[in-house]
Design a protein around this ligand. Sequence first.
Ligand code: RRO
Length: 308
Amino acid sequence: MDVSTTIAGVKFTGCFMNASGALCVTREELLALGRSRAGAIVTKSMTVEPRQGNPSPRYYGFSGGSINSMGLPNLGYRAYAELIPELKRFGKPIIASVAGLVEDDFPVIAEAVNAAGPDLIEVNLSCPNIPGKPQIGYDAEASERLMKRVRKIITVPMGVKLPPYFDPAHHALMGNVIGRCGVDFLNLINSVGNGLVVDPKTETVVIKPKGGFGGLGGTIIKPVALANVRAFWKHFDGRMPIIGTGGVMSGLDAFEHVLCGASAVQVGTLLVEEGVDVFGRLEAEFVACLREKGYHSIADCRGRLKEL
Ligand code: RRO
């Protein structure tokens, strides 16, 4: 069974990979992803300076998913620019995730990391966890300005990681903006920002930063992720490569993402909970699912969701 996939002209031997943020901050974590069955290595979103991130506890897993307010802990772009050549030895695509605390950070990071030779760059417009800094992806004008600035600098395929949108008008608005910015692929979705998980036993929040507010991931966000994959797939008539992220806990979840239009899927909560062995399991489950349904590849079923 062929589970390879191509995104913006880059070939991935497997369609499962880590979501930025999940076990991809340190050199050791990135090397472990390289050795695993992940189809690519995605870095943690990087800022100009190294960051410790928000105070702990800042991640909490529960039966329906997870909530996090990590606050962009990362080694800083210089460290990732040095690591990227080392990661090449694994022979799988490297996706560098670029963030920034202010708009002017993005071009600085993009230029240096682009020169380090990743296969693709993902521009994160959707971190929900920096106190006082709204998600850029919810500001269409700022998003357009920023995407156009980094597009001039980035020479490899450029994607954007978007927050979830909850109204067709917003899918259309952002779809039109993206269409003007030379974007090569989309990653949908980042965590569902600013949820609140309450522990009734202790009568407390479960994470410390931002009064307990944080980005939701895992099973509970799958329908929101699928809706965004589907809405943007339709907006671009199937011509925009999409990485589906959100609620992938099994091969069947990945199949649902592919039906909606995803060419590959990323794994966040499950990877944090189970470690890098998940990729082998997910791939086996996905292959069994395709085989049972008589599909021979991802391209065979991508976007083929039936409506009633
Ligand atoms: O580091 C984080 O708190 C974080 C980031 Br940058 C992001 O893009 N999404 C998320 O859920 N957490």
